[in-house]
Design a protein around this ligand. Structure first.
Ligand SMILES: Nc1nc2c(ncn2[C@@H]2O[C@H](COP(=O)(O)OP(=O)(O)OP(=O)(O)O)[C@@H](O)[C@H]2O)c(=O)[nH]1
Ligand SMILES: [Zn+2]
Length: 307
């Protein structure tokens, strides 16, 4: 039978069967190669697999994996020099952010967006806790929403507490596989709780398979929200994932820079202090927002320091 992987620890995999809707704790049969990638988990959340029921206690064996549309990786926390595949076959990624208590930095937001660009996964910003915003904060919010909206990123505002804006967020989820990300305190858990029906039940169903004493909170988990609608929560995972970027590539992951790159005088322009640079000109003219350009520079310097 076939199924979707809903949790992957690297030593075992939880698969939801398409045949009977039941969960199976699976191991792998044979080698599953990930081209050019050393991974601690060859099978990831979101993978479509073929498995054999082993007959007892909902145990199974994964024998085949369907080709992935996309996938996100991070550094493995338990295996040196290995990557962990966070999730695969995603339709979109949401970053939950807040501008008050706590305030998500532009740097954090832009890193998420750059990573999503690199993986070619559509990204949306969800501004939560709007019930806490005073007039000043609301004005700031509309500036930030305008900034990212102009670049082409969908922005939504909501409050997990009052329920404002949640129907719109629900609508975005419908028919998609959506990964939820966000740094600590922004209310991601609260949001996921209100968006996934019977989350507590579903969580306990999944954790019933966990080995005693093993903390698995840093592994993504997939939940059904409705027909053909899935949400992937990433508890304890702060970043969307990691990508190895060449310095010359980084500008391509900023859409408002990307469209100007062929206007720079030098084809290998890094847009720092080169003459005839279309990006620097656009920043001076206010066509590229300064915080975005600063995020670009800090990513560039990070890559420098890795050399
Ligand atoms: N006022 C207000 N508080 C919220 C809202 N959403 C969440 N909170 C509160 O913010 C705090 C953090 O929420 P969590 O859901 O635990 O945040 P998280 O992003 O999952 O953070 P971690 O659990 O640390 O990863 C809690 O006290 C929530 O009750 C909201 O829309 N408005
Ligand atoms: Zn340039």
């Amino acid at each position: 039978m076939t199924g979707t992987v809903v949790k992957s620890t690297g030593s075992w995999y939880l698969v939801r069967s398409h045949t009977n809707g039941q969960l199976y704790k699976c191991r792998l049969r044979g080698k599953f190669k990930n081209k050019g990638l050393k991974v601690s988990n060859p099978i990831a959340v979101g993978d479509e697999v073929t498995m054999e029921d082993e007959g007892e206690m909902h145990q199974g064996v994964i024998t085949q994996i369907a080709p992935r549309r996309n996938y996100i990786i991070r550094r493995s926390t338990h295996k040196a020099h290995h990557a962990h595949i966070v999730a695969s076959n995603l339709d979109q990624a949401f970053l939950v952010v807040t501008l008050v208590s706590p305030r998500t930095s532009f740097g954090f937001i832009d890193r998420f967006l750059v990573t999503a660009e690199a993986y070619d996964i559509p990204a949306t910003l969800i501004f939560n806790k709007i019930d806490l915003y005073d007039q000043e904060a609301l004005n700031y919010l509309s500036q930030v929403v305008q900034l990212y909206g102009q670049i082409g990123y969908a922005c939504f505002t909501c409050s997990a507490h009052t329920g404002e804006g949640l129907p719109q967020v629900r609508e975005l989820l419908t028919g998609n596989v959506t990964l939820f990300s966000g740094h600590s305190g922004v209310g991601k858990s609260t949001l996921v709780n209100t968006l996934v029906p019977d989350l507590e039940l579903k969580t306990s169903e999944i954790s019933a398979f966990s080995d005693k004493g093993v903390h698995t909170t840093t592994f993504a988990e997939m939940f059904e929200v409705g027909p053909d609608t899935y949400l992937i929560d990433t508890p304890g995972i702060k970043e969307l994932g990691v990508v190895e970027m060449k310095r010359e590539e980084i500008g391509h992951f900023f859409p408002e820079m990307r469209e100007r790159l062929n206007q720079c005088r030098f084809h290998n322009c890094l847009h720092v202090n080169e003459p005839g640079c279309a990006v620097q000109a656009a920043v001076k003219q206010g066509k590229i927002a300064l915080p975005r350009y600063e995020s670009y520079l800090s990513l560039l310097h990070e890559e420098d320091s890795h050399r």
